[in-house]
Design a binder for this molecule. Structure first.
Ligand SMILES: O=C(NCc1cccc(CNc2ccc3[nH]ncc3c2)c1)c1cc(-c2ccc(F)cc2)cc(O)c1O
Ligand SMILES: [Mg+2]
Length: 214
């Protein structure tokens, strides 16, 4: 059975990246996906915007929805302070296992925990099973039609506090219209749009930041 694209991404990382060096893992993935096979990593252009927002927030507890190959988990975790941690939810078992290996190569396994399953099933378990009090930062990058319902679920589960930051990828392409409508018309969120481009392409995209006001 020939390999998947995600397996080929892991191969190129394990062959070319410097072990324990997150930046070299990111560069390796970006090089491969811009030159050989497109893949849905947040990429280096939107990644720089993500970096700035994470650095400004300096979060202790981060939730990511949609791990994929672990590129954005590495991007975020490399900026976190020593005790801070990132929980990332991935439904696709192959993606989860490839991400685990890539995160390990980056040397970030002690900061990142991959939770296998659907966001709607795992979010309600975060407080009791994963000892989360509230979330400082949430990166939404899973199924776009889940962004809005999962935002409601996060609030219902008491996981958002005054100042919690939601950052959503792909609000322009593929698009997350219900999410934009929900947060932009909701007084409990302060929204900012970050225009950019789809990873490795010249197609317009954007990320949306929604700060929870409590
Ligand atoms: O759709 C996207 N990503 C989400 C996604 C997609 C597939 C599988 C999974 C499986 N992982 C998964 C699922 C459900 C889940 N529930 N809880 C956790 C969880 C995890 C996740 C996406 C698409 C494009 C894109 C596609 C085509 C094109 F032409 C241009 C652009 C660009 C992106 O940056 C994207 O992020
Ligand atoms: Mg995305």
């Amino acid at each position: 059975m020939d390999q998947s694209k995600e397996q080929r991404i892991l191969n190129t990382v394990s062959y070319n990246a410097v072990k324990g060096d997150p930046e070299s893992v990111m560069k390796c993935i970006d090089k491969y996906c811009s030159q050989y096979e497109w893949a849905m990593n947040v990429g280096d252009e939107k990644g720089l915007i993500l970096d700035k927002i994470v650095e400004e927030a300096d979060p202790s507890v981060v939730l990511e929805l949609g791990t994929y190959c672990g590129y954005s988990a590495i991007r975020i975790a490399r900026l976190l302070k020593p005790k801070a941690r990132l929980l990332t939810i991935e439904f696709n078992p192959e993606f989860a296992s490839i991400a685990k290996e890539i995160i390990d190569i980056a040397g970030l396994s002690d900061k990142v925990t991959i939770l296998e399953g659907h966001s709607e099933d795992i979010i309600p378990q975060l407080k009791k099973k994963y000892e989360v009090e509230t979330l400082d930062f949430v990166f939404l990058d899973h199924w776009k039609e889940r962004y809005a319902p999962d935002t409601v679920l996060l609030e219902e589960c008491g996981l958002l506090r005054k100042g919690s930051i939601l950052l959503a990828d792909n609000v322009v392409f593929p698009g997350a219209p219900e999410f934009l409508k929900y947060v932009r018309n909701n007084q409990r969120f302060e929204c900012t749009s970050y225009p950019s481009h789809l990873e490795y392409m010249q197609v317009e995209d954007a990320m949306e930041k929604a700060v929870y006001l409590g």
